[in-house]
Design a protein around this ligand. Structure first.
Ligand code: ZN
Length: 338
């Protein structure tokens, strides 16, 4: 064989090797792409805490293209002082959408927006006018100065809650529309949007029924001329009840702005008892999630009955949690005020 021929066959062998090599690389890349498509199959929705989880569960009911995961345990309650865990961060890095209460409930929200730029973040509190902690309110000394801050516990007034559902609905639909077109087509975007719209209508309808029940009760109270001199003063042991109390036309005389009654000092308790004796406080609303120890102590000393309310910041993870919790709350309100 001449040198020329040897050279040609050598080059030929190299070409064959290069072609095979390229094919192998292409096939393995294809596998990677397939893996990626699989892991990106479902739309991953993360919610910050219980009320947001329940809204999302209802809006995304009967949709197997989505997966809803709550950042915190169902028993965790409000996330005022919550620190993100390593697991949370892993979850967020794979998520598509984050549903947040907003209004300052999630102090870690800005950090998330900065660190996970791919995330679509939905703020459920948009357009809801929030109560501001004011200096004239008696409040517990928990070392924080809340004056001028918003009370972000908006969900217990059904009308606020309806607005939150609408905000989350709009956010979800927009996020789906903004999705990569291939993925959107694969997931059948139009069907998803229709389902969300229908779910939102059904859920809002049910919340309206709760609101009607509250309204009817308010009418009865307003028409009640029996003159049982109601001052309507209320002490709330967790500021989640502020919006519900306000809705009922009650006066919040004392509010515990933190999430655990254990932070109530002896001074706080004495002050509440004084206010009850002066006739300023007629009702005590305590949160079932934090127990009734201190509220019971006050009840024993003053004979003002403690109403145990459900802040619906915790629960069993069932989609009707809000509806059931509010039905109980309305019943408790009726027993307390009538
Ligand atoms: Zn709270």
């Amino acid at each position: 064989m001449s040198i020329k021929k040897k050279l040609i066959s050598l080059i030929g062998a190299m070409v064959v090797l290069i072609v095979i090599g390229t094919l192998v690389i292409n096939i393995s890349n294809k596998n990677k792409v397939n893996d990626k498509q699989q892991s990106q199959g479902k739309v991953q929705i993360v919610t910050t805490f219980y009320p947001m989880y329940i809204i999302s569960l209802n809006l995304l009911d009967q949709m197997d293209q989505v997966e809803v995961t709550n950042l915190t345990d169902f028993s965790a309650g409000c996330v005022h002082d919550y620190q993100l865990t390593t697991d949370n961060m892993k979850l967020l890095s794979k998520a598509d959408i984050l549903v947040a209460n907003g209004g300052g409930m999630e102090h870690f929200l800005e950090e998330i927006i900065k660190s996970y730029s791919h995330l679509q973040v939905i703020d459920s509190s948009q357009g809801i006018s929030m109560l501001i902690y004011d200096e004239h309110e008696h409040s517990s000394e928990d070392g924080h100065d809340h004056h001028g801050e918003y009370n972000s516990h908006i969900w217990l007034d059904p009308m606020n809650y309806i607005k939150q559902i609408e905000n989350v609905k709009e956010g979800l639909i927009q996020s789906i529309k903004d999705m990569d077109p291939n993925r959107a087509e694969h997931l059948n975007m139009d069907l998803m949007i229709d389902r969300i719209e229908q779910n939102a209508m059904d859920y809002i309808q049910k919340v309206y029924q709760l609101d009607n029940e509250l309204e009817e009760f308010l009418q009865i109270l307003n028409n009640d001329q029996s003159g049982n001199n109601r001052t309507g003063g209320v002490a709330i042991f967790h500021d989640t009840f502020a919006y519900l109390a306000k809705r009922m036309g009650l006066n919040i005389v004392y509010s515990v702005e933190i999430d655990s009654e254990s932070a109530l000092s002896a001074f706080d308790v004495a002050q509440i008892i004084d206010l009850i004796k002066e006739g300023e406080i007629q009702y005590l609303f305590a949160d079932i999630q934090y127990g009734d120890t201190i509220a019971n102590r006050i009840e024993n000393e003053t004979k003002v009955k403690v109403s145990m309310m459900n802040s619906i910041a915790t629960g069993d993870g069932l989609k009707d949690s809000y509806l059931n919790g509010m039905k109980e709350n309305i019943q408790v309100l009726k027993e307390a005020i009538q």
